[in-house]
Design a protein around this ligand. Sequence first.
Ligand code: GLU
Length: 435
Amino acid sequence: MHMTNNGTNQLTPKKQEATKPAHSKFWVNAHQYFDRVFQTMNLDQTWRSVLSSPKRVLTVSCPVRMDDGRIQVFTGYRAQHNGARGPFKGGLRYDPSVSLDEVMALAMLQTWKNALVDLPFGGAKGGIVCDNKKLSVGERERLTRRYTSEVMPIIGPNQDIPAPDAGTDAQVMAWLLDTYSMMVGHQELGVVTGKPVVLGGSVGREEATGRGIMNVLRKFLATQNKTFTDIRVAVQGFGNVGFHTARLLDARGATVVAISAKEGGIYDESGIDIDAAGLYYKEQGVLTDFPGGDAITNEELLVCDCDVLIPAAMENTITEEVAPHIKARVVCEGANGPTTPKADELLGEMGVTVLPDILSNAGGVTVSYFEWVQGLDNYFWNLKRVQDELQRIMERAFDEVNAKADEAGCDYRTAAYTIAVGRVAEACRLKGLFP
Ligand code: GLU
């Protein structure tokens, strides 16, 4: 095919150019949030493309022997967004919806998040396209080990450190640790965080994202002269983040009026017993039949009568269609990217305060940082130290974002991005280019 000297294809009609595969909505949204703030920041425009492009993206095929003897090939990704501030760091997700665009967008969000809480890390994210719930334990183990060996050249304690995300847990991290350690010939604790505590994981890591959300929400409520006992909360998502958030808020006197999992959830205006719901969900795998509340859909949860809405499931749940119907006065983002930019604007116009993901859900990666430090030192902290240091970091980050929002007269997301992007841009500027 004939190519012009600027690389464009002369034979391709204009119409076809317009239909060339576009980026996914989520990727576009993540870039819009970045662009919106970058334009206001008075930074050298030449850094724009450096800051918004992933440094490295690896796609791997993972052939796995299934229990019935067949070989199935799974596609996996690892996207490393920006490493100016330190080794890449971010979760590993197992879900049918995983795509290259999704991990690239999530890796970018992770860069901002790590910078906002001032961790010495760049941002990364990985994923495997799979129906996690349908895999047997053995299949999941073989898939994890094969993925680890495929991404081996680009991960490591000083290169890129994966951690749990949607669909993965401490067991998956244990297989990753073991595979990597077997291949380098020694135990390498720093290669992964969110490990089981008996294998060098940190106490307090499992609940850390929920605890961080609780810390940030408490600080925000204090600015309104409120405490947890004044609020009714709805939590969408009952995985690691949603469950621990609901549990910690319930234990501190908040009335958790609604919770939901993938298939739907329950509403009870007098408050749900979260510990009981947690046990029920563990046994049954669904919440809808839980006797302590009325069944609701996920859509109904988002617009239910409450003061604080915590989307803690997946991205793109609060859309421009949903936003106008939201009754909560505060949206505290537990998931990564749950609110689309259009919805974010509408919420702003409605006077709803949004506590953005890169601030409110940064507790997980913060305790991952503690775990990494403990692993490198071979010296392990007690739970009180983990919780106290987490609280200190989350509160400092909230104070910085709050002060920036006051000073600039902007919303919290803009303030958080301004701080985070500014830090990454400054690191890039000081390091300069090689060669
Ligand atoms: N997956 C989590 C997040 O989205 C944690 C990442 C980590 O601990 O590295 O922040």
